[in-house]
Each structure stands twice: as structure tokens, then as C-alpha cells.
Design a binder for this molecule. Structure first.
Ligand code: FAD
Length: 374
């Protein structure tokens, strides 16, 4: 069986790599001239790492995890008072890593001949498995995997595409310098704005800022707004913004799939990652869910381990394992965003007091429902 993967992001690279290791005939098509990761960081929660283990790619990530400072984290208010803690069991089992390094590790071991960069795919045919390239050529596969992200052409051509919607907030993100004395990863919730700080495995500091407002264009900088919003927040937020070169800060509107897809498969086409269920980043689960998709699909496709794919391959099993869970997490993530960006000063103050009074056991149960997998 010949498999074509559209997109070499986190999901496409992970699937391609795992299938190559299992001897499956696979080709990856990536629109960009090279595999690009953007300059920021990302957190892989325990379920994301478990999926990498299942794919046979976990070892290289576990090695990094062992080198990182024991991550601890939770929510703070803008003065720096802790509101709630994420259970240590979860944070110590997570990996905070630069996206460039993550992409590099997923790319490692993937033969050049399997990866076609600078090739844009316009769409696929679910009946025949043919994909159409922007160059006008076509290629035939037994199965096409759409791993082409939130604005997926594969989804647009093979599914009843709901499109995307703006979540109501824009984000800045960057990797800044090492911050002395930074022991914790934390997210701080103010009024219609929040700021996250995560020490990365290599000693640098990944940060993100999110603010309610009209949708901006990706690539705008809005540095004045960034500085004025977070100027009086607790250490090290203003210091981190000031220490990060402006050209290293990315600005992007947060969008998600406008409504959930009833199925991630259609004939010879299957969707993984953001193409299937682009979600808000409030739970830090988008990539983790993509990796879970890929682990399930790789098991179905390459379970035999000898390069053969069972002709009776039943993609309904993929839907059974992936649709409900990924969409529940997307809903929860949206809800967290709604709560984080709710109301004016009084409402935000009250929300923070409720968070402070919430028993740790409840937070722990909610967190583990998301990050436990298999
Ligand atoms: C601010 C922010 C913070 C986040 N933090 C986290 C976090 O901490 N943890 C977490 O798990 N997730 C996080 N996420 C979500 C995560 O970044 C995404 O879910 C993940 O990157 C999606 O990976 P993907 O491979 O599905 O899609 P993408 O990364 O979008 O990759 C798609 C690839 O397909 C290529 N492509 C697109 N169209 C075509 C085409 N027509 N032809 C060929 N190639 C094409 C693109 O160039 C790209 O390389 C965050 C997201 C944001 C916005």
C-alpha cells in the first residue's frame, strides 16, 4: 500500500517517520521550501509523549525530558500570587521544547527521498486516492493523509469543510533569554489578558501573551500594546518582553475549526492534527492531540511492522478512537479561553478568587482527564 501525506508539520513528520520505520511505502508533500517550525516553543504533555512512545519515537524526547529542570507550574494573578497548581505528576512528565528542535527530532531518520518540499497540494480525490499538485501534476496513492494544518486543502476538497472561526483573542509568542531564578512554568490571568512563561529544556525561556481584541493580521507586531498591557505584571513578565528582540516575537490571531467534523475519514482520505480538529491553544493540546491521531493511525497502517498494510484496513476504527476524544478536548480548550478572557476587572477578580479556592484535587482530576492517554 502506498501512502501520501500532505504537510510536514508535527503530525505529518511524526506519521511519516513512524511509517518509514515500519517499512511502509510513504511520501510526504510539504508546501514550504523547507521544513519550518517557527521560532517559538511548545509543551508536550504526558499524552503527547505517550503517543511518541507508541510511535517508537519517544526515546529521543525522553532523553531531553530527563535533562530539563523539573517543571512545575500553575496559574497566578498579575501580582504573582499562586491561584492553582498543576499536579507535579503532570508537569514532571511533560517536555517543554523549542519548535525548531521538535521538528528536527521528528525529521531525523526520515530519508530525503520520502520528503518533497516546495510542493503544494491543491486537493485529493477520496474515491481514487489521487492528489493534485499546484504544478498541475497528479500523483496516485492507496491512502492520502491530510496533515496540512488548520487551513487544510485536503479537508476543503474531501469533506464538508466548516472553515475556521476567530476565537476572540490574538497571541504573541517568542523564545526569550534564560531568566535567573525561574523555577516554574506559570500562566498569569489578568483582565482579558494572560501571559505564560515556560523554562525550556535548553535553558532559554518560551513565553506567550494572549489578549482579547478584534482579529489582527498574522505578522503584525503590536509591540506597544504588548508592553502597555503587561508592563505592571509580576516578575519576570515585563523583563522578559524587554529582553526579547522584537524581530523574534510572532503575533497571530487565534483561530479554530468553526464546527467539529462528524468524521475524519472519507474513502481513501484521512485527516490528522489541525486539519482534523484545529483547536484553541488554551490547554496546550493541539499538537498532543495530533500525535495521538498519528499513533492510532500508525497502528492501523503499520501494525504488522513488515511494511504490509492489511487490505481489510477499517478506518472507522480511527474515527472511533479519535473523534470523540479530540473534540471533547477542543471544547474544553475553548471553555478555558472563555473563562480566561471573561468580563471586566471585577469579574476577573472574582474568577481568580474562585480559582484560588478550588481544591487542588479537583484541578488534578480535570488535568489528568486531558493528559492521561492509553
Ligand atoms: C499560540 C499557540 C500555542 C500552542 N501551544 C501548544 C502547546 O504548548 N502544546 C500543544 O500540544 N499544542 C500547542 N499548540 C497547537 C499546535 O501548534 C498545533 O496543534 C500543531 O502545530 C499542529 O500541527 P499539524 O502538523 O497538525 O499542523 P501544522 O503545524 O499547521 O503543519 C501543517 C503543515 O502542512 C503544510 N501545508 C499546509 N498546506 C499545504 C498544502 N496545501 N500542500 C502541502 N503542504 C501544506 C504547512 O506548510 C505545514 O508545514 C499551540 C498553538 C498556538 C497557536
Amino acid at each position: 500500500m502506498k501512502i501520501g501525506i500532505v504537510g510536514a508539520g508535527i503530525a505529518g513528520l511524526a506519521l511519516g517517520n513512524a511509517l518509514v520505520q515500519r517499512g511502509v511505502d510513504v511520501e510526504i508533500f510539504e508546501r514550504s521550501a523547507r521544513v519550518r517550525a517557527g521560532g517559538s516553543g511548545i509543551t508536550l504533555a504526558p499524552n503527547g509523549l505517550a503517543a511518541l512512545d507508541a510511535l517508537g519515537l519517544g526515546e529521543r524526547f525522553r532523553a531531553l525530558q530527563e535533562q530539563q529542570l523539573p517543571l512545575r507550574g500553575g496559574l497566578k494573578d498579575p501580582r504573582g500570587t499562586w491561584l492553582s497548581r498543576i499536579p507535579a505528576e503532570v508537569t514532571t512528565q511533560s517536555l517543554a521544547i523549542s519548535r525548531a528542535k521538535l521538528h528536527g527530532l521528528l525529521r531525523d531518520g526520515l530519508p530525503d527521498a520520502r520528503l518533497h518540499t516546495g510542493v503544494e497540494v491543491l486537493g485529493a480525490d477520496p474515491e481514487t486516492g489521487e492528489i493534485e499538485l499546484a504544478s498541475g501534476e497528479t500523483r496516485d496513492f492507496d491512502l492520502v493523509v491530510g496533515a496540512d494544518g488548520i487551513n487544510s486543502n485536503v479537508r476543503g476538497s474531501c469533506f464538508d469543510d466548516p472553515g475556521t472561526r476567530y476565537a476572540g483573542y490574538n497571541a504573541w509568542r517568542a523564545i526569550g533569554p534564560k531568566i535567573d531564578g525561574l523555577e516554574f512554568g506559570s500562566e498569569t490571568w489578568g483582565t482579558k489578558a494572560r501571559f505564560g512563561v515556560v523554562p525550556l529544556q535548553d535553558g532559554s525561556t518560551y513565553w506567550f501573551a494572549v489578549k482579547t481584541g478584534p482579529e489582527s493580521r498574522a505578522g503584525e507586531k503590536c509591540s506597544d500594546e504588548l508592553k502597555s498591557t503587561f508592563n505592571h505584571w509580576h516578575y519576570p513578565i515585563p523583563q522578559l518582553i524587554a529582553a526579547t528582540p522584537e524581530q523574534d516575537i510572532q503575533f497571530l490571531p487565534i483561530r479554530e475549526l468553526a464546527s467539529p467534523l462528524p468524521s475524519y475519514t472519507n474513502g481513501r482520505v484521512v485527516l490528522v492534527g489541525d486539519a482534523a480538529h484545529a483547536m484553541t491553544p488554551n490547554l496546550g493540546q493541539g499538537a498532543c492531540q495530533g500525535l495521538e491521531d498519528v499513533a492510532v493511525l500508525a497502528d492501523l497502517l503499520g501494525g504488522a511492522g513488515d511494511g504490509t498494510v492489511d487490505d481489510t484496513l477499517d478506518l472507522a476504527l480511527y474515527d472511533q478512537q479519535r473523534v470523540k476524544r479530540s473534540q471533547r478536548i477542543a471544547r474544553q480548550s475553548r471553555l478555558v479561553g472563555d473563562v480566561a478572557h471573561t468580563g471586566g476587572h471585577r469579574v476577573a477578580w472574582l474568577r481568580n478568587r474562585v480559582l484560588q479556592a478550588t481544591p487542588d484535587a479537583l484541578t488534578e482530576r480535570q488535568t489528568k482527564r486531558v493528559t492521561d492517554w492509553r
